[in-house]
Design a protein around this ligand. Structure first.
Ligand code: PHE
Length: 363
C-alpha cells in the first residue's frame, strides 16, 4: 500500500474543503473511529516486527500530517469567515446615534403639572374627589337645589337610580364638589387646588363629554375680593410666563359664589398671544375662568361658620388653558389617543415644570 499517495490525496481533499462542515466530515473519514487512517493504525498489531518498523513510522507520519492539515485548514476557514463578517458589518461611528424610543407627556398632564407647581409656590396643596359623585356634593351643597335651572345647564350624566330614593349618582359636572369635601375633611383654614376629570353630555370642536377642570379654594379669616384678584393675577402671569397679563373682572352669577366674577384676559387677535389690554384695536378679551367669594350657604354646607370663615373659589378648564398656551386647534384631538398628535404636542418627560426653570418649556 502506498501511504504517500494516500497522504497526498487526503491533503488535497482537506485543502479543497470549502467550509467547516465539509472539513469535519473529512476528519471523521480519516481519523474517526471507523476512519481510514485509524484503520491503518489498527493493522500495525498484525505486522511482523520488521514490517512494523518499516511501515509504522509512515502511518504515524501520515496521521500527523493529516491532523496538522485539518487544523491549518480549520484556522484558514475560520479567519476567512471572520474577515467576511468584518467586511459586511461595518460600523460608521460618524453616523448620528439612532433615536431612543421615548414617550411624551400629554399637554393636559403637562398643564396640570405646571398649575400644581405654580400654586404650590403660593402655599396651595392638591386635593382630589371622586369622579362618580352624589347629587348632594355636586349640586345641593353648592347651593344648586333640585329645582335650580343650573342643573339643566350642566347636561349631567346620571346613573340609573337603583335604590329608587331619587338620589341617583352622577358623573361630576365640575370640580366644585371638592370644595365641599375639603371643608368637611379638613376644616379651616384651607388652601387647595383640585385638578381632575369632569363630564358633561356635550360634544363639538370646543366641547368633549369628558374634560378637565382645576378648582381653587381658599378659606380663612378676613378673605376678600382683593386676595382673589391678586391670586388670579399671579397665577395667570406665571402660567403664561408674561408680566403684561391684563385681567378684566366681570360681574357674573354662580350659585356657589356671591359675588361671582368672571375673569377675562386680553389677547392679540392676529396670533392669539395672551397679554396686554383687550380694549385696543385688533385685540380682544377672552374668558379664562369663573370665580367669586364662597357663598355663605356653601361654607355652612361645608360644616363651617360663615361668620367666622370667608373664602374665594375659582374654576377653569385645563384643556382650554392648554389650547390657549400651546395653540392646539381642535379639543377633540386631545382625547383621540393618536400617538402622532401626542408626539407633536407632547412634552419631554425629563423637563419637569419648575418656577425657576420655566413652567412650560416645550419639548
Ligand atoms: N364650577 C364652575 C364651572 O364649572 C366654575 C367655578 C368654580 C365658578 C368656582 C366659581 C367658583 O363652570
Amino acid at each position: 500500500m502506498d501511504h504517500a499517495a494516500t497522504g497526498e490525496q487526503a491533503l488535497a481533499q482537506i485543502a479543497a474543503a470549502q467550509d467547516l462542515g465539509a472539513l469535519e466530515t473529512l476528519r471523521v473519514a480519516f481519523l474517526g473511529k471507523q476512519g481510514s487512517i485509524s484503520g491503518l493504525l489498527k493493522t500495525l498489531g498484525a505486522m511482523s516486527p520488521d514490517e512494523r518498523q518499516r511501515i509504522g513510522p509512515q502511518i504515524h507520519a501520515l496521521r500527523e500530517s493529516v491532523t496538522e492539515a485539518l487544523a491549518a485548514r480549520k484556522d484558514a476557514l475560520e479567519s476567512a469567515a471572520l474577515a467576511l463578517r468584518l467586511a459586511s458589518e461595518t460600523v460608521d461611528l460618524t453616523l448620528p446615534a439612532p433615536e431612543a424610543p421615548r414617550g411624551s407627556i400629554h399637554p393636559v398632564s403637562q398643564v396640570m403639572d405646571e398649575l400644581a407647581e405654580i400654586f404650590a409656590d403660593m402655599g396651595f396643596s392638591v386635593a382630589t374627589g371622586p369622579e362618580i359623585e352624589d347629587d348632594w356634593h355636586n349640586f345641593t351643597a353648592l347651593n344648586i337645589p333640585e329645582s335650580h335651572p343650573a342643573r339643566a345647564m350642566h347636561d349631567t350624566f346620571y346613573f340609573p337610580d337603583k335604590d329608587g330614593d331619587g338620589r341617583a349618582m352622577l358623573l361630576r359636572t365640575h370640580t366644585s364638589p371638592v370644595q365641599i369635601r375639603a371643608m368637611l375633611d379638613q376644616g379651616a383654614p384651607i388652601r387647595i387646588i383640585a385638578p381632575g376629570r369632569v363630564y358633561r353630555s356635550d360634544s363639538d370642536a370646543t366641547h368633549t363629554p369628558m374634560f378637565h377642570q382645576i378648582e381653587g379654594l381658599v378659606i380663612d379669616r378676613g378673605i376678600h375680593l382683593g386676595h382673589l384678584k391678586w391670586t388670579l393675577e399671579t397665577f395667570l402671569k406665571a402660567f403664561f410666563e408674561r408680566d403684561d397679563i391684563v385681567l378684566r373682572l366681570r360681574p357674573s352669577y354662580f350659585p356657589f359664589t356671591e359675588p361671582s366674577v368672571e375673569v377675562d384676559v386680553g389677547y392679540a387677535r392676529d396670533n392669539g398671544a395672551v397679554g396686554g389690554s383687550g380694549d385696543e384695536p385688533g385685540r380682544g378679551w377672552m374668558e379664562v375662568l369663573g370665580s367669586g367669594m364662597v357663598n355663605r350657604k356653601v361654607i355652612a354646607a361645608g360644616g363651617l361658620d360663615p361668620d367666622e370663615w370667608q373664602g374665594f373659589a375659582f374654576g377653569t378648564g385645563v384643556d382650554r388653558l392648554a389650547k390657549l398656551k400651546y395653540g392646539m386647534e381642535d379639543l377633540r384631538a386631545f382625547f383621540d389617543g393618536d400617538a402622532r398628535w401626542n408626539r407633536h404636542y407632547g412634552f419631554n418627560p425629563n423637563d419637569v415644570p419648575t418656577l425657576s426653570g420655566g413652567v412650560g418649556t416645550a419639548a
